[in-house]
Design a protein around this ligand. Structure first.
Ligand code: DC
Length: 224
């Protein structure tokens, strides 16, 4: 049943480059949680669409591609597939194509089911994305919504990846915010019961420390 396993999930949502991945990995380590980066699945579909020259604006063809990938990788294993190198999934053309893929309601439904299936097999986990605490696990006992100004997020990305100029990265961050927030299917929005953290003026350690203290308050035990 959808949502049945909400009790095992820590949901972490927020816009691109708000620090979700780094903080989730730190939480996963401290609290012995399995970690899932849900955006990776949308990136895999976008990457395969580009490889196979399927237009990402064609909802029906992209949904068929999604079904094919699910069958090929034996269902929820698509979420954690190691066939795809992260640098390929994070390349600029994928960054652009992924917004169009993530807008397709039929694709979102399929990815939602896969994530719920995956979570059923975990004792407890932390999942990052855009709609984890709102749509996929609305009853998750612990939800975070991380934000930061577009300028801070762009600067962090440039410093981490050295892949592009600040101006180009800022444009991409703003474009993705707009795409994530304006789509009809599961737009990016904070769940009412999410703990909001504006990370603009915080160090990574400070963000992790706030999140960890909320985890402890909700009864999660540290692994060390
Ligand atoms: O987290 P990320 O930047 O790797 O996500 C890639 C894209 O996938 C992003 O443009 C938004 C989309 N996404 C989504 O719509 N829902 C999720 N749960 C995760 C990501």
């Amino acid at each position: 049943m959808p949502g049945q396993h909400d009790s095992t999930v820590v949901a972490v949502d927020g816009p691109a480059a708000a620090g979700k991945t780094t903080t989730c990995r730190a939480l996963a380590k401290s609290f012995d949680l399995r970690y899932l980066e849900s955006g990776r699945t949308y990136r895999i579909i976008a990457f395969e669409a580009l490889q196979r020259e399927i237009p990402v604006g064609n909802a029906q063809e992209i949904t068929e591609l999604c079904d094919e990938l699910i069958v090929e990788s034996r269902s929820a294993e698509l979420l954690t597939s190691e066939r795809y190198a992260s640098d390929k999934l994070r390349a600029a053309p994928v960054n652009v194509a992924v917004s169009a893929v993530a807008r397709i309601a039929d694709v979102r439904r399929r990815v939602t089911s896969l994530i719920r299936l995956w979570a059923e097999t975990q004792t407890r986990c932390v999942i990052e994305g855009r709609d984890i605490g709102t749509t996929i696990f609305p009853k998750a006992p612990l939800k975070f919504f991380l934000t930061a100004t577009p300028e801070v997020r762009a600067l962090r990305r440039v410093r981490q990846e050295h892949a592009d100029t600040y101006e180009n990265v800022l444009k991409d961050v703003i474009r993705r915010d707009e795409a994530d927030m304006s789509r009809a299917a599961s737009p990016l929005v904070a769940a009412e019961d999410a703990i909001r953290i504006d990370t603009s003026e915080l160090t990574l350690d400070q963000v992790v420390s706030r999140m960890s203290s909320a985890c402890r308050k909700r009864g999660l035990e540290t692994s060390r």
